[in-house]
Write a protein that binds this ligand. Structure first.
Ligand SMILES: Nc1ncnc2c1ncn2[C@@H]1O[C@H](COP(=O)(O)OP(=O)(O)OP(=O)(O)O)[C@@H](O)[C@H]1O
Ligand SMILES: [Mg+2]
Length: 329
């Protein structure tokens, strides 16, 4: 359905001042496909490029290099109107913070009608009916249509944001940290809503979150990013013990799972900057397995079935955290 090939996003550095030549490598050589109906989870530390990837997927961010193909069409070869018509009606996006993502001065009815108006869907009566249907779909009462977003709770607002993302019956929804601005008590409700809707509507879902255990539980595939690179794509059932990239193992070892005790694999060494990424593998400055080879080349993808990783010295599948900690000693 959606395919990124060798996608790069390079920003001008925000901090560098007016005449700075600093460039931020937010996304580097990303290859990713999303198939109909699948759930892809994206994990990685702050600043590694998750939101940039999400914005590329929904056509909000133009790659500085590489191609984004949606249903066989090269998005950025289309005219702007064609691109918006194609992606705007087929891909929905849910942002982190529902209070800034929704226009506070518009009642919920207008928020939900807006995409229907823009894409000229149905008659006015059909649009009203669709608004009622959408509210029902996300578990809000019909009366919520008249409320302003500011009169709703955070969880209710995020339900409105979900409803808006679904307004045009998309095939793909991209959710960038959809629960991180919410109270812990309502996070699970929104996640369950997303999963339920995904099942009922047959959506594909790309889900970005800091909560990597949730990502693992929700996803079919887990994508690990490090400093702008996709370093591993593993079937969720294989994570964490079957992950082969040292960074994926370190990331999961630092968060408590349900069954396993936490044995964080310590990472020492320089945390690199996205303005000056290291040569070769960007993780090498913190990786206990790195050698001269890792400084020379970015490792080509190795695949094992539907599992893909970029590493010169992958860890053994099934190695425990304790074994990996001993290995680095
Ligand atoms: N518009 C921009 N201009 C300059 N730099 C940017 C811009 N957007 C993002 N960046 C930089 O690009 C890199 C990737 O940012 P991005 O927001 O994609 O990371 P992230 O993984 O979503 O982080 P977080 O987990 O904190 O949300 C960061 O170094 C960030 O500072
Ligand atoms: Mg982000």
């Amino acid at each position: 359905m959606l395919e990124l090939k060798d996608v790069h996003v390079v920003h001008k550095a925000r901090s560098g001042g007016l005449f700075s030549r600093d460039r931020v490598h937010a996304l580097t050589a990303a290859d990713l496909t999303v198939s109909p109906g699948e759930t892809v989870g994206v994990v990685g530390e702050s600043g590694c490029g998750k939101s940039t990837l999400a914005r590329v997927l929904v056509g909000l961010q133009r790659p500085t290099q590489g191609s984004v193909t949606f249903r066989g069409k090269d998005l950025w070869a289309l005219k702007e109107g064609e691109r918006r018509a194609l992606i705007g009606s087929s891909v929905g996006m849910i942002f982190q913070d529902p209070s800034t993502a929704l226009n506070r001065r518009l009642p919920v009815r207008q928020v939900l009608r807006d995409p229907l108006n823009v894409h000229r869907r149905g008659t006015p009566a059909q649009r009203d009916a669709r608004v009622r249907e959408l509210l029902d779909l996300v578990g809000l009462p019909a009366g919520a249509a008249d409320a302003l977003p500011s009169q709703l709770s955070g969880g209710q607002r995020q339900r409105v944001a979900v409803a808006r993302a679904l307004a045009l019956e998309p095939d793909l929804v991209v959710a960038d940290e959809p629960t991180s601005a919410l109270d812990v008590s309502v996070r699970a409700q929104i996640l369950n809503l997303l999963l339920d809707l995904k099942e009922r509507l047959g959506l594909a879902l790309v889900f970005v979150s800091h909560d990597i255990q949730t990502v693992r539980r929700m996803s079919d595939r887990v994508v690990t990013m490090y400093l702008g690179r996709i370093v591993e794509q593993a079937p969720a059932r294989a994570v964490p013990l079957g992950a082969r990239h040292p960074y994926t193992r370190a990331l999961f070892s630092a968060t408590p799972g349900l069954i396993s005790p936490i044995n964080p694999i310590p990472l020492v060494g320089v945390v690199p900057s996205a303005t000056r990424p290291p040569s070769g593998c960007p993780f090498r400055t913190r990786c206990w397995r790195a050698d001269h080879l890792c400084a020379e080349d970015w490792p080509a993808a190795q695949t094992e079935g539907d599992h893909l990783f970029h590493c010169h010295h992958p860890v053994a599948a099934g190695a425990t955290d304790v074994e990996l900690i001993q290995e680095r000693a």
